[in-house]
Ligand binder design. Structure first.
Ligand SMILES: Nc1ncnc2c1ncn2[C@@H]1O[C@H](COP(=O)(O)OP(=O)(O)O)[C@@H](O)[C@H]1O
Ligand SMILES: [Mg+2]
Length: 437
């Protein structure tokens, strides 16, 4: 019955493809019918005709969620950040948990709990509520207890990061060399300081290279999700921001990494908006090192949405290098596949072929492909009672099952690069997309 109606409505859409309300209705029915794949297609069609339509965005994200395409769902939720309904928030948090972005999940959960005290969700609670502190909406972050939790000493090196030659070089020139040759830089009147802002589609190694930077110079690594500062400690953001910088200054050499810096600039709910200006100012003051000395503190930041980052951040001495972290090219993919498969039981694998057919796949996507193929082989080995090794065809099958997650990012990035490309900020995106200016 439902199928019949859907079919009729789809026919009607053939005749009037631009009827957005009708398309939304069909998409909703497809969702109810558990036909998530077709539903997401319809929501995408709506978004092409009605940009930013929040019903379509919610539907699209939920459709991805039920197809277990968590990273795709996250991208959509991040685009609609400012007006997530409770249902959307909850699905978003679940996606973050599935993608192991625990800090971000926690920060968002804090926000849900702040607005909906008493809210519970079994799945989220099991993953996010810390056993020692039942009430995570509690006080201020306790730095004495949590320094270890904030700080690590990575063993990851640049050589573990596939490709990204240009990014490595920029980081070396801008922050590693000054640290290793302070006298030389002083002689030339060059002050070290200022930071690098990395941007690009999710899963392409921004966090990874930031961590490797710390490993490369044997420094401590502090990884702060900006949502942590803004949400976890509502009302105390400025103080906490200052304490984080102080923690870094006490532990130099240190790489201080701010993830999701766009969280500070983006137009957020009114509740946050007024407080936001103070936080931004505090952050800028810390960056400028007015009150203190940032020597030996290397500052990196990352964002998937550079267009939402406050322009004041880009002034000289602040994030004055903005680097595009592109999806890995073919040789980087080859390199990453070799590393990923090194420790797995493999037969004949034509890695070059896999690298060739995974254009637009992020590092995280390649991880996913190998995971899918390994799981399949595990199942196979159990049913056959002997170890079945990975073959080229297993990986090719996995490639078909997992679509690249960077395409959607480029779909919106493209528009910014074409229509909001002030002073050529996004030329690298155009270059990557082979679009002539
Ligand atoms: N260039 C790369 N070399 C090796 N692994 C990579 C690379 N890029 C991404 N990865 C893998 O993908 C995962 C996700 O990357 P991540 O740095 O979190 O992406 P981003 O911060 O850009 O969203 C990493 O933990 C790593 O396992
Ligand atoms: Mg990251």
């Amino acid at each position: 019955m439902a199928n019949e109606i859907i079919k009729n409505l789809l026919d009607a859409l053939e005749v009037s493809p631009d009827n957005v309300p009708l398309r939304l209705q069909v998409a909703g029915m497809l969702m109810t019918d558990n036909n998530y794949e077709e539903a997401t297609k319809q929501y995408q069609e709506v978004l092409q005709r009605s940009y930013g339509n929040s019903n379509a965005q919610s539907g699209l994200a939920a459709g991805y969620y039920y197809q277990q395409k968590y990273s795709a769902a996250i991208i959509v939720y991040e685009q609609m950040q400012q007006d997530l309904t409770l249902t959307n928030q909850v699905l978003y948090i679940k996606c973050l948990i599935k993608e192991h972005s625990m800090e971000q999940a926690l920060a968002n959960y804090q926000q849900v709990l702040a607005l909906n005290p008493g809210f519970t969700d079994e799945e989220i609670d099991t993953r996010l509520r810390r056993p020692t502190a039942n009430d995570i909406t509690g006080d201020d972050f306790d730095f004495e207890d949590d320094e270890d939790y904030l700080m690590e000493k990575p063993s990851l090196r640049f050589s573990d990061v596939g490709g990204m030659e240009k990014v490595k070089e920029e980081i070396a020139i801008k922050i590693i060399l000054p640290l290793k040759n302070p006298e030389l830089y002083k002689t030339f009147g060059k002050k070290s300081g200022g930071g690098i802002l990395l941007y690009g589609p999710p899963g392409c190694g921004k966090t990874f290279i930031a961590k490797a930077t710390a490993g490369e110079i044997d420094a401590k690594f502090i990884n702060i999700g900006l949502h942590d500062i803004l949400d976890m400690w509502i009302g105390n953001s400025e103080k906490n921001l200052h304490e984080i910088f102080e923690l870094a200054r006490r532990n130099k050499p240190c790489v201080l990494f701010f993830d999701e810096v766009d969280a500070m600039g983006a137009s957020r709910s009114d509740l946050k908006q007024s407080a936001m200006r103070h936080v931004i100012n505090q952050f800028l003051a810390e960056l400028d090192g007015v009150a203190s000395d940032n020597e030996g503190v290397l500052i990196l930041a990352a964002t998937n949405a550079p267009w939402s980052v406050d322009a004041a951040f880009r002034r000289p001495g602040r994030f004055d290098r903005i680097i595009f972290v592109a999806p890995p090219d073919e040789s980087a993919r080859l390199n990453m596949l070799q590393t990923l498969l090194q420790t797995k039981p493999v037969g004949e694998i034509d890695m070059k072929k896999i690298a060739a057919v995974t254009q637009d796949y992020s590092g995280a996507d390649l991880n996913a492909i190998v995971d899918i193929a390994v799981e399949e082989k595990l199942r196979d080995s159990i049913s056959k009672g002997s170890i079945q090794v990975l073959q080229t065809k297993d990986l090719l099958t996995a490639v078909k099952q997992h679509k690249p997650t960077t395409t959607e990012w480029f779909a919106s990035a493209r528009n910014y690069a074409l229509y909001a490309n002030e002073s050529g900020l996004y030329d690298d995106i155009l270059k990557y997309l082979k679009i002539k200016k």
